[in-house]
Design a protein around this ligand. Structure first.
Ligand code: ZN
Length: 263
């Protein structure tokens, strides 16, 4: 989908398939916008690429159950524990296939585990290399929009770091080369939004040509692909919508128009 600036406000849309890049801190982060990504890739024949910043070595506390399925000892200190990044890489590729992701780029930064502090990510990551790789992808591909996870206070510090790094990168680009930047969070429609959303995608809607089956089915399939992510399995059915709002220099009206084409 291409946005063309005209003298009119808001800009006119040309109906070509949308292209989206998700920049995620961890394997499984695509859960936040899984239904929307499925809609773009599989139903609108758009492009969905993703970058996964960390190797997913953190969050191992509840991986033991997956070890039963994979025939490995994934308990803390277990002999196969070091295989977790490779297992999660495979899980994210399977999940990506399910959603219709075209390309997944693994950036292999260390994952020292859960924190609410952005500075912990800065300490752990090779920031110069990371910034260079994100910039390279954005400049060498044409994306209508970049999705990042909510950087609100209280969110995972790695998510906050990815969002702020992306804002920094996009701020340096000329306006005509700058994709829309959208934060996303999964939510329940009965609860108030943390940020006023410019768009909300309902997971309770029926998927095209799927009779009465809804996007929640797709989301549950995605969750099931991430067997090593332990507590993540309990998220099934918890959120019935995905909420988006603009970040950085992104104009809310342009964001609204782009997302309305998806919905
Ligand atoms: Zn995450």
């Amino acid at each position: 989908m291409t946005l063309v600036e005209t003298t009119q406000t808001p800009p006119v849309l040309i109906s070509t398939p949308p292209s989206v890049l998700l920049i995620a801190a961890h394997p499984d982060d695509e859960y936040y916008c899984a239904a929307t990504l499925y809609r773009v890739a599989r139903e609108l024949n758009g492009i969905v690429d993703q970058m996964i910043v960390t190797d997913g070595a953190g969050g191992h506390r509840f991986a033991a159950l997956a070890g039963h399925v994979y025939g490995l000892d994934l308990t803390e200190g277990g002999k196969d524990h070091a295989l977790l990044p490779e297992i999660r890489r495979e899980e994210s590729l399977r999940a990506g296939k399910l959603l219709g992701v075209r390309h997944t780029e693994f950036l292999g930064q260390p994952d020292p585990g859960y924190t609410q502090q952005e500075r912990d990510a800065h300490r752990a990551w090779r920031l110069h290399e990371l910034k260079h790789r994100i910039e390279k992808r954005i400049l060498s591909h044409v994306y209508d929009a970049i999705f990042v996870l909510s950087p609100n206070p209280g969110e995972h510090g790695h998510h906050i770091a990815v969002a702020n790094l992306t804002i920094e990168i996009l701020d340096m680009l000329p306006a005509q080369q700058r994709p829309l930047l959208l934060a996303v969070e999964p939510a329940h429609s009965s609860r108030p939004a943390t940020n006023p959303p410019v768009f909300q995608f309902s997971r309770s809607r029926a998927v095209s040509r799927a009779e009465s089956l809804t996007y929640s089915v797709i989301v549950n399939w995605l969750i099931a692909e991430y067997k090593s992510q332990g507590l993540f399995q309990l998220e099934s059915g918890r959120h019935d919508c995905e909420r988006f709002w603009p970040l950085g220099l992104t104009d809310p009206e342009r964001a609204r128009y782009f997302l309305a084409q998806i919905g």
